[in-house]
Design a protein around this ligand. Structure first.
Ligand code: ADP
Ligand code: MG
Length: 279
């Protein structure tokens, strides 16, 4: 980010971000009454000898909230990395609204409406909360200066971070870092929001607030994929659930039925935490 001035909520932004071109957004045909906003077709990914993803096909319908569960190391985050362009698949294709995006760089996918939170929050630690959001709104979404600024203020209010606007992100608590992950993604004005274990480490009350927030985002028409071990939080929001193990699809369907299924119990057997205990 090339800039000389420091942005402060309530102050004035000096840079011009209006260089960005409008993305090409082609509508896709409805499939079976539901429009697929995102689709993975036969994705495989190898890290050396490790096959992290094996011929995985999945989709997200427009307006849907899709949950993803699977043991640690099963390839969930790799799936997000492939959707967002951080990792390139060895084979298979990714589509956004019917347009192939497999080879697009990450920033271009963000411009087209895909945003994510990271499992381990890594904000721009030396920048303020507001500046972190501004990166999302100005560079991620390409909003001109004034619109980017307004969008950030709106998101700060919505995510409960307004009072911390001018705090350096590196000094935030875990809850606020998680909020910032979400806020930063929202600042890019996504149509597809990918959440990676955003409830982990939060108290019950914090978790409930997060679930409410995600519910509100969803009501505004944002399509969501949420990877989460805190299953009772997940079940409060999602319409459909995917189970992944060893980079392969194990199940896809009704969340409550899947959680109660033999396959899920077998996968998680031996785990001592409460990862698959629905409330
Ligand atoms: P999950 O999110 O389900 O816990 P990940 O997608 O992070 O799992 O990882 C799946 C597997 O791929 C793990 O064994 C992990 O160590 C490996 N892996 C992920 N990213 C890389 C990478 N960049 N280099 C090497 N191995 C990786
Ligand atoms: Mg992960």
């Amino acid at each position: 980010m090339h800039r000389k001035s420091r942005y402060v909520a309530g102050g004035s932004a000096a840079a011009d971000f209006s260089w960005r071109s409008e993305p090409d957004r082609r509508p896709s045909a409805p499939v079976g009454g539901m429009r697929k906003i995102l689709e993975l077709d036969g994705i495989s990914k190898r890290f050396g000898a490790l096959l992290a993803m094996e011929n995985l096909s999945a989709h997200l319908n427009e307006g849907e909230a899709l949950g993803v569960i699977g043991p640690n190391g099963s390839g969930k985050t790799t799936m997000f990395n492939i959707i967002t362009g951080i990792t390139r698949a060895d084979s298979g294709r990714v589509f956004l609204e019917g347009t192939e995006i497999t080879r697009l760089p990450a920033f271009e996918r963000c411009r087209r409406g895909i945003a994510r939170s990271f499992q381990i929050p890594h904000p721009f630690a030396g920048m303020t909360v507001f500046e972190n959001l501004l990166v999302g709104a100005a560079f991620g979404d390409g909003k001109p200066e004034r619109a980017a600024y307004d969008r950030c203020v709106e998101i700060l209010r919505e995510t409960g971070l307004f009072a911390k606007s001018n705090v350096r992100a590196g000094t935030l608590t875990l809850l606020d870092r998680k909020r910032l992950e979400l806020a930063r993604a929202l600042a890019t004005n996504p149509r597809v929001l990918l959440l990676d274990e955003i409830a982990g480490g939060l108290t019950e009350k914090e978790c409930r607030l997060l679930v409410e927030e995600i519910g509100r985002i969803r009501e505004r028409g944002v399509s969501i994929i949420w990877i989460e071990h805190v299953v009772h939080a997940l079940l409060a929001v999602v319409d459909r659930l995917l189970v992944i193990n060893f980079g392969r699809m194990i199940d896809d369907g009704d969340p409550h039925k899947i959680i109660a299924s033999r396959a899920v119990k077998d996968i998680y057997m031996g785990q001592e935490d409460d990862t698959i205990q629905p409330a």
